[in-house]
Design a protein around this ligand. Structure first.
Ligand SMILES: [Zn+2]
Length: 198
């Protein structure tokens, strides 16, 4: 097999994977080069990730995270990911540098996918921000596989502290988790094409 046909076969596999509702593979690649650590929130080295936080701030983040754990449908503690590489702002990047993030994937029938995100990231301007979002698998003509159908983004600054933004993001996430809707409902609301039989 020559290189060109290998590239074509790999590309077909990527499209097949994303069409059947798998995570977008480009996202997986972005995530792995960040050298992410994973664990429960108790394991997150908050003082290393956010050296400017006071003990009261750390406690506030811990309370917000434990509220997320309680809202988590299967009763398990949520898994968090963090990147010590991103403690210092790495400069504007074509991808979003995630410092700390949570991804809860709720599967539905037929390889469908609904994903809830809560992340602390760097903006292009080097400000901390908290992003919360709902993603759904899609059946668009293009080969991407997820869209934000509802999202909250809060930039940390003079008026919004990191604990405040994190708590607001966690509350939005908990609202989504405790008021579940199927992926078709989200697609309809976001004017995305309906699910097609696999
Ligand atoms: Zn799409």
């Amino acid at each position: 097999m020559n290189v060109l046909s290998l590239v074509i076969v790999v590309r077909m596999l990527v499209v097949w994977w994303e069409r059947r509702g798998g995570r977008p593979l480009s996202l997986a690649v972005e995530r792995t080069h960040d050298r992410l650590m994973r664990g429960a929130f108790d394991d997150v080295p908050l003082a290393m990730l956010f050296p400017r936080l006071s003990p009261a701030d750390v406690e506030s983040l811990e309370q917000a995270a434990s509220a997320v754990d309680e809202a988590h449908s299967d009763g398990d503690k949520a898994e968090w990911e963090w990147a010590l590489d991103h403690v210092v702002f790495p400069g504007p990047q074509p991808w979003t540098p995630v410092i700390l993030g949570l991804g809860v994937i709720e599967h539905a029938d037929g390889g469908d996918q609904l994903e809830f995100l809560l992340q602390v990231v760097w903006t292009d301007l080097g400000q901390l921000a908290v992003d919360a979002a709902v993603n759904v698998a899609c059946w668009c003509d293009t080969d991407h596989a997820s869209h934000d159908v509802d999202a909250l983004g809060l930039v940390v600054g003079h008026e919004t502290s990191l604990p405040h933004a994190f708590q607001a993001g966690a509350e939005r996430l908990i609202g989504w988790l405790t008021d579940p809707r199927d992926p078709d409902t989200w697609r309809a609301r976001a004017a995305l094409p309906p699910r097609q039989p696999v």
